[in-house]
Design a protein around this ligand. Structure first.
Ligand code: ADP
Ligand code: MG
Length: 339
């Protein structure tokens, strides 16, 4: 008799879920990224008990056609890429087709979705990877997910969750970053019945910064605009006097994605070296747009890490741009024709 066998699908999904879904904030991240990819203009996230017992993520995006609903929950099923070549030109946040199958493997999921073309919406229930119900329902355009009892069937994981207050603060931090990374989308975050964040979606990054960080920080911003060699920067850096005690205020987004990159932290902090006191960290919120072929986002399932083709060039560009902004220098002299 053979000792080696292929695992069944539910077990495979449960194992894979371990890489993507660590805590309530990971569920919110995946589902809000899907909402963004779906072209939503507004996204509401509501949680109770830190998200452990209840999360609602509602969007007004394109919805999922009834015939696609079950497929969407299969592992490696995605509408965003078709072949490996597409990885070089990813415009969407998702592409691995793992989130829905992973979330459904470790929680109780109810999804209501409707496309513009359909008269009726679809209600789908799946728990622990097992489909429970698929039916027509009245619904407005878009998709709403209800996620209940995260890790109810993975006691080892559930045990490692922190208190509801801590888990809720992770979700809150995430919502802040999502709002900053997409000023053109209205985000609302409700924690235990109280609205914690509600951005207008008017597209103005400074308005979102004001909403999140308040007057003092907003009054001390230096614009950062730069464009060259397939890399552009747009956003704000804080005047050195509003530097903070930790790195949490260094926000940057690459191609619309919140990531962490040591090379970018270094470039920012090196540029501030002459300006800030020791042990202080700059305040920044800016977007980096870089051609897809110069960056690999498929390094880790959560896509929080990425790899640049030319790290040194990214470092130099960023350092130069921030250094110039801090010195009040224009990197590219403005040419005004009517003078
Ligand atoms: P990925 O985002 O990597 O494609 P997911 O498992 O997150 O994989 O989602 C699977 C598919 O389900 C997506 O490719 C998309 O077609 C569909 N989908 C998921 N969430 C939404 C949503 N909020 N609105 C519209 N379609 C969605
Ligand atoms: Mg996704």
């Amino acid at each position: 008799m053979s000792n080696i066998h292929v695992l069944d699908q539910i077990t495979i999904d449960k194992i894979a879920a371990g890489e993507v879904i660590e805590r309530p904030a990971s569920v919110v991240k995946e589902l809000v990224e899907n909402a963004i990819d779906a072209g939503s203009g507004s996204v509401t996230v509501e949680i109770k008990e830190g998200g452990i017992s209840y999360m609602r993520i509602a969007d007004n995006g394109c919805g999922i056609a009834r015939d696609d609903v079950q497929n969407a929950f299969l592992r490696h099923s995605t509408s965003k890429i078709r072949a490996a070549e597409d990885l070089e030109h990813i415009a969407s946040l998702g592409f691995r087709g793992e989130a829905l199958s992973s979330i459904a493997a470790v929680s109780q999921v109810e999804m209501i979705t409707k496309t513009k073309e359909q008269l009726l919406g679809t209600r789908y229930q799946i728990a622990g990877g097992k489909e429970e119900e698929l039916e027509d329902t009245g619904a407005s355009d878009g998709t709403t997910f209800l996620i209940r009892q995260l890790f109810y069937n993975v006691p080892a994981r559930r045990k490692f969750l922190k208190t509801p207050i801590t888990e809720a603060s992770h979700v809150g931090d995430l919502m802040t970053r999502l709002a900053l990374s997409h000023p053109e989308i209205s985000f609302q975050f409700i924690n235990n019945g109280q609205s914690r964040l509600h951005t207008s979606g008017n597209g103005n990054l400074k308005d979102v910064i004001y909403h999140v960080y308040g007057r003092e920080i907003t009054a001390n911003l230096i614009p950062l605009e730069y464009k060259n060699n397939g890399l552009s920067l747009s956003g704000y850096i804080g005047a050195p006097l509003i530097s903070r005690g930790n790195r949490n205020f260094e926000n940057y987004f690459i191609n619309g994605r919140y990531v962490k990159s040591n090379i970018i932290y270094r470039a920012i902090e090196d540029a501030y070296k002459d300006f800030s006191m020791q042990h202080k960290f700059p305040f920044t919120v800016f977007h980096i747009t870089i051609d897809g072929e110069h960056v690999d986002v498929n390094v880790h399932p959560t896509k929080m890490e990425l790899r640049f083709n030319n790290q040194q060039e990214v470092y130099n560009t960023l350092y130069e741009a921030i250094d110039s902004a801090l010195h009040g220098r224009e990197l590219i002299p403005k040419v005004t024709l009517d003078e």
